[in-house]
Design a binder for this molecule. Structure first.
Ligand code: SF4
Length: 489
């Protein structure tokens, strides 16, 4: 039987701390969707309190590259699904006093283990990208999948469990409140003799990745690669499932943007059923989706990027994170936490839960919005708007300081793709798929059901991402490459 939330084996009143005074807390993300980490961020203002008594020494929110020694408590999200997860689980166990299985994927395998009735070859089938030959991967670049995704306790002894998909913030808080104290973060970026710079893991992004940069003899960049290192096989495990399950399953692709995934799956279900859903359901889906954008963008700007922009790229890496922001720019940190909270509260008011709501369904939505929920949303908006305006004002100052970099950053020719409303305006839920070139000239516009005619994919042995491109331009030297985003032209 799963122990109750926050139970610590052999540590009924909390762990005995390795350091003196502060809790050295680490979080790790194995084969999961990050939803458990998003629920950790749903601690909201309690994060400010936590930063007074604990150091976050490792995890996707901070820049430590090596799991440090002397960790008091490690919260481990996700199942053990590949060899890197397996190695990491061993390191975590060796270096942590208390290891907690954080969420259902770590505890039972959950959605990550849905591939377990398939062979690895069957799971990797989507990477054939239309070819007859099975895909070949470079396992020096991406970790090899294990035959089965395993719960954490099948691989290492764990000391406690925080169940849920994701566990709610109250439950996480109840567990954390057992614990205290910590030490500075150790940062490591490996530079090998073969002149390859490896950044592993890439932190403060939304996903699992490694970057390798190969330098030539003159020290110039000869090659640079961004390796997506996590693969859970949704393309394959969804085949044959009922359309009614799809919003719930696809939401677990990503805990940061589960609402968009689940609404997309519900919309595909609408099309399969051939139904036009009630206008009010469209409005509600749109509201939930936009609220999700608020929380996701607040996360991206305040929790993940603001430390670089406000404290500077040269700030000591162990401080360059949300914790450092709380210490050096507490009002900004507070505003970011609040804005994300507002987004999450609106999602919750509309869809019942903030992470993985079971609400959008083929044919509409499960619940209407209550008048109380509507009033709660309306009361939150002025404060949210004020925070956004404050952030935009702050960005003006940041842009002014980085004018030179801004003109060069990401400045390369490519296509752009995005959803466009019938009047050419910004669209996030509906509309047509428009392609333009770097000069803003329209290249193509099609309805979403013709997506597969315009966009195709290729696979590479060094990444678990397939590479989509605009088919009519082909993929020679990146000609069909496109960047995505809302595109109001
Ligand atoms: Fe956590 Fe659920 Fe996501 Fe697994 S699917 S990582 S349990 S939120």
């Amino acid at each position: 039987m799963t122990p109750s939330a926050g139970t610590m084996r052999g540590a009924p009143g909390g762990v005995e701390l390795i350091g003196s005074g502060r809790l050295r807390l680490a979080t790790a993300w194995l084969g999961g969707c990050s939803g458990c980490h998003m629920s950790f961020l749903d601690l909201d203002e309690y994060l400010l309190e936590l930063s007074q008594v604990a150091d976050l020494v490792y995890g996707p929110f901070v820049d430590a590259k090596e799991f440090p020694t002397g960790v008091d408590v490690a919260l481990v999200e996700g199942a053990v699904t590949n060899r890197a997860n397996l190695a990491m689980a061993g390191i975590i166990r060796q270096r942590s006093r208390t290891v907690i299985s954080f969420g259902d994927c770590a505890i039972t395998g959950n959605v990550t283990a849905m591939r377990n009735h398939l062979t690895v070859t069957e799971t990797l089938d989507p990477f054939r990208c239309g070819s007859e030959a099975p895909p070949v991967f470079d396992y020096a670049a991406v970790p090899q999948l294990l035959p089965r995704a395993l719960p954490l306790h099948q691989v290492i002894p764990v000391d406690g469990y925080i169940p849920g998909c994701p566990p709610g913030p109250d439950r996480i808080r109840a567990a954390i409140e057992c614990l205290l104290r910590g030490e500075p973060v150790h940062v490591w970026i490996g530079i090998s003799m073969s002149r390859t710079i490896t950044i592993d893991p890439v932190t403060r992004i939304e996903g699992h990745a490694t970057i390798t940069i190969r330098l030539d003899d003159a020290g110039a960049v000869a090659d640079a690669r961004f390796h997506v290192t996590e693969f859970r096989g949704f393309e394959r495990i969804c085949i044959g499932r009922s359309i009614w399950e799809m919003p719930g399953i696809t939401a677990r692709i990503c805990g940061i943007c589960p609402v968009s995934h689940s609404i997309s799956a519900a919309r595909a279900g609408d099309a399969i059923l051939g139904v036009e859903i009630p206008p009010v359901a469209v409005h509600l889906r749109r509201i939930a989706n936009l609220a999700s954008l608020i929380q996701s963008h607040a996360l991206s700007f305040f929790h993940l990027s603001a430390a670089d922009l406000l404290m500077g790229m040269d700030e000591e890496p162990s401080r360059r994170n949300l914790w450092g922001l709380v210490a050096h720019h507490p009002e900004v940190a507070r505003g970011g936490i609040r804005l994300r909270q507002i987004g999450q509260k609106i999602v919750s008011a509309v869809a019942g839960e903030s992470i993985h709501p079971s609400w959008a369904v083929p044919g509409g939505v499960r619940e209407p919005l209550s008048p109380e929920g509507r009033d709660r949303i309306a009361a939150l908006l002025p404060e949210g708007l004020a925070i956004v305006r404050g952030a935009l004002g702050m960005l003006d100052g940041i842009y002014a300081r980085h004018e030179a970099e801004i003109t060069a950053y990401g400045d390369f020719p490519s296509l752009f793709a995005g959803l466009t409303a019938s009047d050419g305006g910004l669209e996030h839920y509906d509309g047509s798929l428009r392609f333009t070139d770097s000069a803003g000239v329209h290249v193509d516009e099609l309805s979403p059901e013709h997506y597969a005619q315009a966009i195709t994919e290729r696979a590479e042995p060094w990444s678990y991402m397939t590479f989509p491109y605009y088919q009519p331009h082909g993929d020679r030297e990146g000609e069909g490459m496109f960047r995505v985003g809302p595109w109001p032209v």
